[in-house]
Each structure stands twice: as structure tokens, then as C-alpha cells.
Design a protein around this ligand. Structure first.
Ligand code: PMP
Ligand code: GLN
Length: 381
């Protein structure tokens, strides 16, 4: 057996969702909305299943979707992508990440990653033979700084795996941090793989900036997106990869032997959805922002300090710097005794974990959030 997977525990998301079911808890752990997703997009998929083509679509994705992705990113992020050479459809961002890492890493190459890190990243890098170089971000600001980057980059750095907006911290990195990172990539020649699945879930008037628009990075960066996050239907598993043609050529080779393709009905529905009016996307953000504010103010009323949240479905509670505090024990107690499931942020660290931060998902109905808050009030007492 391959030791990377043989030694791997089940992901914290699966574990916490299973505990939530056992204890009939309100599940604010794994990130998925209560809302079923836009009805017109779902109707499009249903129609395409019944009346459309259900055999293999083209390996790179159906042309309508590749065009829709390019048009969508031109409209929202000012990108100029050639749909025929620079856009590929994958089975979720997870496949896109796996494919990009397999395609770009040769055994022994160094890969820069940022902790806290999304759970899939490290095993995929290790399985591809990469040597991880971890940059540690710490609360409350989780900022990228020059000294930490300088310590992580070496002449053997080939790939940088970045995530913005960032899960689990809810941070949207500032322009100066993005430019700092781009500078390190340009000087080392490393390819910047950027997981931008949360690009539409940004609040307080923020706009997402893709790595593809950073100076000098157009030919040296890979952008990854996910319809699951854009439309709040996390089970859909339709991802997008955007990169310059030379990079895309090799990314496509990895994709052809991972999944080869993605269900065509979902691709057609996503193409339709991406062309929806700006209003729909603005309303989606506004609704999630209201949910964020509801949970944050409820937690505040209970005296629980919350870290800032600029994007994603997640807010983080800061349990305080007491050395006795343990986020995992806290989450276990919370789900077993008080029936609220959350995610301990230490699970996102491979080294030197932060143990006093707990992630809660607010992409829920008011009733779900209020029930969770009333149970948390019991814990508080
Ligand atoms: N990257 C990040 C940062 C995520 O949060 C998620 C899912 N929550 C994914 C990738 C996976 O996306 P998909 O479901 O499209 O595979
Ligand atoms: N990305 C989701 C989260 O952060 C979980 C994805 C999964 O369960 N694999 O909660």
C-alpha cells in the first residue's frame, strides 16, 4: 500500500458530519448550505439529463461551458481567457487540484504551502512526490509576510499551492500580500496554483482578485474554481481550471487519466448559471453576509470572541490563548453534550497547530443558526 494513504485518517469533515448524525446535532462543521441551490440551474440540469446527451462529452469540457467560464471571468475578474486553449472542466476543484499537482510536481520538487491548509493539499503533494515547505499563518491576522516566504522558497521550489479566499480562516488576502507572493514566484520560476473556489463568496463589497491578473503571472499561474461553491451546490463537483496554453497542455494530460470528463448535464446547467445576471451573484453574497452577521452577533452576545470573516462560509471562534485550551476536545464536547458540530482548526495544520480556534459554517437558514446559538448558550452557562 502507498504509505501516504495507508497512514491517513478519515477527513475531519467526514468525521464531524458522522458525529453530527449520531448526536442529532446542528451541523455547522462541514461546509455546505441549507439552501438547495438556484432552482433554474437545477431545472436546466434535470432537462439536460432527460432530453440531452448523456454519453462522454469532450475531454476538456463542453464548449458552451468553456466559453461561459471565459465570459464569466472576463465579466467578474477582468480576465482575458481563450476558452479553446486556456479553460478546462474537471470533476470538482478536488480533481483539478489532484491533476495540477500530479502534472506539475516531479519527485523531489519543493512545494510551498500555507498552514492552515485545506485537508486535501498535503496528501496530494506528498503522493506526487513533492517535498512540502510549509508557511505558517497565525491568528488573529493570518497575514503573509516576507520573512516567512523567504524562509520557505529555495532554488528547488517548483510549485506554490495557494488558496484565496481562504478556508478555514475566512480571509481574503490583500493586494500587497498577493503581490509579495507573485514576486517570490516570478523570481523562483515556480508555478502558482491558486485554489479560488470561494471567489464569489466575498463580503462587505470586496471583489476577488485572481492570481492570473497579478503582474507577470499570466503564464506562470493556474486558477482553480468550483461551480459547487459558486452556486452553493457542493455535491455537483464541476470544477474549472484556467491557465496559459503551455501549462494547460500538461494539466490536460493528468485530467485525461484521472476522470477524463464530467457529467454533461451538469456542465450545461453550470454554463447556463454562469451567465446569470450580476444581480443573482450579488444577492447570493448579500444573503450569506446576512447569515454571517446573524451568527457573529449571536456569538458576540454569548461573549464568544469571533475573528474577522471577509469571505467563505466560515467564521472562527477564538477560544483564547490559555495553554489548556484544546479545539479538538472542545469540538467533541460541543457535539456530544450540546449537539452543535464544528471543526477544530488544528486539523488544518501539519506542524505546530493553532489549538484555540474553532470553525463554524454560517451558510444556513436563520432557524438553523438560531438553534445552534441557543444550544451554545447552554454550553456557555
Ligand atoms: N478547495 C477548497 C479550499 C475548498 O474549501 C473545497 C471544498 N469546500 C474544495 C477545494 C473542493 O471543491 P470541490 O467540491 O469542487 O471539489
Ligand atoms: N470544503 C468543505 C469544508 O471545508 C468540505 C469538503 C469535504 O467534506 N471534503 O467544509
Amino acid at each position: 500500500m502507498n504509505p501516504v494513504f495507508a497512514s491517513l485518517p478519515t477527513t475531519v469533515f467526514e468525521t464531524m458530519s458522522a458525529l453530527a448524525r449520531t448526536h442529532e446535532a446542528v451541523n455547522l462543521g462541514q461546509g455546505f448550505p441549507d439552501d438547495p441551490g438556484p432552482e433554474d440551474v437545477r431545472a436546466r440540469a434535470a432537462d439536460a439529463v432527460l432530453n440531452g446527451w448523456n454519453q462522454y462529452p469532450p475531454m476538456m469540457g463542453v464548449p458552451e461551458l468553456r466559453q461561459a467560464v471565459a465570459a464569466h471571468y472576463a465579466r467578474w475578474q477582468g480576465l482575458d481567457l481563450d476558452p479553446a486553449a486556456e479553460v478546462m472542466v474537471t470533476s470538482g476543484a478536488t480533481e483539478a487540484l489532484a491533476g495540477a499537482l500530479l502534472a506539475l510536481i516531479a519527485p523531489g520538487d519543493e512545494v510551498v504551502l500555507f498552514q492552515p491548509l485545506y485537508d486535501a493539499y498535503l496528501p496530494l503533494v506528498l503522493r506526487a512526490g513533492g517535498v512540502p515547505r510549509l508557511v505558517r499563518l497565525a491568528p488573529p491576522h493570518w497575514r503573509l509576510d516576507e520573512a516567512a516566504l523567504a524562509a520557505a522558497f529555495t532554488p528547488r521550489t517548483r510549485v506554490v499551492l495557494f488558496n484565496n479566499p481562504h478556508n478555514p480562516t475566512g480571509r481574503v488576502f490583500e493586494d500587497d500580500e498577493l503581490e509579495l507572493l507573485a514576486g517570490f514566484c516570478r523570481r523562483s520560476g515556480a508555478v502558482l496554483v491558486s485554489d479560488e473556489v470561494w471567489e464569489h463568496v466575498v463580503f462587505d463589497g470586496r471583489r476577488h482578485r485572481s492570481v492570473l491578473s497579478l503582474p507577470g503571472m499570466r503564464g506562470q499561474a493556474v486558477k482553480i474554481g468550483s461551480a459547487g461553491k459558486i452556486f452553493g451546490m457542493t455535491g455537483w463537483k464541476v470544477g474549472f481550471v484556467c491557465a496559459a496554453p503551455e501549462l494547460m497542455a500538461v494539466l490536460a494530460k493528468a485530467h485525461q487519466f484521472l476522470t477524463f470528463t464530467t457529467p454533461p448535464a451538469l456542465q450545461h446547467a453550470v454554463a447556463y448559471g454562469l451567465a446569470k445576471e450580476d444581480r443573482w451573484f450579488e444577492a447570493m453574497r448579500a444573503g450569506l453576509q446576512r447569515s454571517r452577521d446573524r451568527l457573529v452577533s449571536g456569538l458576540g452576545a454569548l461573549g464568544l470572541p469571533v475573528l474577522p470573516c471577509a469571505g467563505t462560509y466560515f467564521v472562527n471562534i477564538d477560544l483564547g490563548g490559555d495553554p489548556g485550551v484544546d479545539d479538538e476536545a472542545f469540538c467533541r464536547l460541543l457535539v456530544e453534550r450540546h449537539r452543535v458540530a464544528a471543526i477544530p482548526v488544528s486539523a488544518f495544520y501539519a506542524q505546530e497547530p493553532v489549538r484555540h480556534v474553532v470553525r463554524l459554517c454560517f451558510a444556513k437558514t436563520d432557524a438553523t443558526l438560531d438553534l445552534a446559538l441557543s444550544r451554545l448558550a447552554g454550553w456557555r452557562r
